[in-house]
Design a binder for this molecule. Structure first.
Ligand code: DP6
Length: 339
C-alpha cells in the first residue's frame, strides 16, 4: 500500500506551484562528548554542549520533490511507517508552514534506528534537499539550525570532521548550531564500528532523554560536568592528543549510560557483546594500543583509534561483533551534484 499523507493546509488554489527537485547526501556523526537532555523540547535545544566526528562511508541520500499534490514519504524504496512520515512532514512544515505537498524519497546505506546516528544524517540531508527544492539558498549555519529542529544531533552533520554544538543562550536557538572545529583531513583517526545487533533500539533518543531528565538522579551531574568535558575534548582535538580525547570520550559515554540506566524505567541498551567489546578495548589499551570506546542510544560500540591501528582493533573485537565497519572522518552534508 502506498502511503499518502493528506496535507493539513493547502496552498491557495489560484497559485500555481512549480515542481522543483533537489537531492542531498549527508553522513552520520558520532558524539565524542554526548548530547542527552534538552533545555527546550520544541526547538531541540540541548541541556549540554556536545562535540562530534562526522564519518564517511555511511550515508543518507534524500530527494525532495517540492510542489506535488499530496505529501508522500518513502524510505529505502518502501512507503515509510506513519510515525516516521509524520516526523518528516512536520519538519517540512518547520521549513515552510505554507508549503505545497512534497514527495520525500530517502535511503540509507546502513541500518536505521539501531544506534548508528541515522536520524543525524537523515535530517541533515533532508534540510539541505528540502530548502533547495523550496528555492532557498540558506548558508550552512542556517541549515544546521534547521536540521536541529528535526533531530538535535543532525545539526552537527552539516559540517565535516570534528564539530562542536554549543548549547547556546538565546531562547530562539539561533546560537545553537554546529561549529566546525577541524576538517576531516586534519587528523588520520578511524572509528571502528562494532555492530552487535541489527535490531531496532528499544527506546528512541527523544523519549529516552526526556525520561532521563525527569527521573534519573544522575542527570544533574551529567549536565553540570558537560562543559568541562567539552573544553577538554576541544583542546584534545586542537592538540591532536588521542589519549586525552579518548579518555574524555569514554567518560562522557559512561556518564550518559549511567544516566540512562538510572532512568525510571531503566534504559539498558547494553547487550552481552556490548560489554565484551568494551573489555576487549580495555585489553587493547593494556597492550599499548590507543583505542577508546563510545556508544549511543543502542548496543553498538564505536572505537576511536589511529587509522594505522584499526586492523589491530578489528582483530581484537571480531569474536564479539556481528559486523564491523572501519570508518574515517567524513564531509559535511551537501547537495548531490549528480542531480
Ligand atoms: C545518544 O539527536 O537522536 O546519539 O534531538 O531527540 O532527535 P533528538 O535526539 P538525537 O539524540 C542523539 C543522542 C545520542 C548522543 C549524541 O549524538 O550526542
Amino acid at each position: 500500500m502506498r502511503l499518502v499523507l493528506q496535507r493539513r493546509r493547502s496552498p491557495p488554489t489560484h497559485l500555481v506551484i512549480p515542481m522543483q527537485t533537489a537531492t542531498a547526501i549527508a553522513h552520520p556523526n558520532i558524539a565524542l562528548v554526548k548530547y542527552w537532555g534538552k533545555r527546550n523540547t520544541a526547538l531541540n535545544l540541548p541541556a549540554v554542549p556536545s562535540l562530534s566526528l562526522t564519518l564517511d562511508t555511511f550515508r543518507t541520500r534524500t530527494q525532495v520533490v517540492w510542489g506535488v499534490e499530496h505529501d508522500a514519504v518513502h524510505i529505502d524504496g518502501a512507503p515509510a511507517p506513519e510515525a516516521f512520515a509524520r516526523r518528516v512532514t512536520d519538519f517540512l512544515d518547520v521549513i515552510s508552514p505554507r508549503r505545497p505537498g512534497c514527495m520525500v524519497l530517502t535511503e540509507n546505506n546502513f541500518p536505521s534506528g539501531a544506534g548508528l546516528a541515522s536520524s543525524a544524517s537523515g535530517f541533515a540531508a533532508l534540510a539541505v534537499a528540502a530548502t533547495r527544492a523550496a528555492g532557498r539558498t540558506d548558508d550552512r549555519t542556517a541549515l544546521s539550525i534547521i536540521a536541529r529542529r528535526g533531530s538535535g544531533s543532525a545539526c552537527r552533520s552539516l559540517f565535516g570532521g570534528f564539530v562542536e554544538w554549543p548549547m547556546g543562550q538565546r531562547p530562539d536557538g539561533s546560537d545553537s548550531h554546529g561549529i566546525p572545529l577541524a576538517a576531516r583531513s586534519y587528523w588520520a583517526v578511524a572509528m571502528v564500528v562494532a555492530v552487535v545487533t541489527d535490531r531496532k533500539k528499544s527506546v528512541a533518543s527523544t523519549e529516552g532523554m526526556e525520561l532521563s531528565r525527569r527521573t534519573s538522579p544522575f542527570y544533574k551531574s551529567f549536565v553540570d560536568t558537560a562543559a568541562i568535558d567539552l573544553d577538554m575534548a576541544r583542546d584534545a582535538v586542537y592538540d591532536r592528543d588521542l589519549e586525552a580525547l579518548g579518555t574524555v570520550m569514554e567518560r562522557s559515554t559512561l556518564k550518559m549510560h549511567s544516566v540512562m540506566m538510572t532512568t525510571d524505567p531503566a534504559i539498558l541498551y547494553w547487550l552481552p557483546n556490548t560489554l565484551a567489546v568494551l573489555h576487549a578495548v580495555r585489553e587493547l589499551r593494556s597492550q599499548g594500543i590507543g583505542a577508546w570506546a563510545t556508544m549511543d542510544a543502542g548496543p553498538q560500540v564505536k572505537i576511536l583509534c589511529m587509522s594505522t591501528d584499526s586492523d589491530r582493533v578489528v582483530d581484537a573485537i571480531r569474536p564479539h561483533a556481528h559486523r564491523i565497519h572501519v570508518l574515517h572522518p567524513g564531509p559535511g552534508a551537501s547537495l548531490d551534484e549528480e542531480e
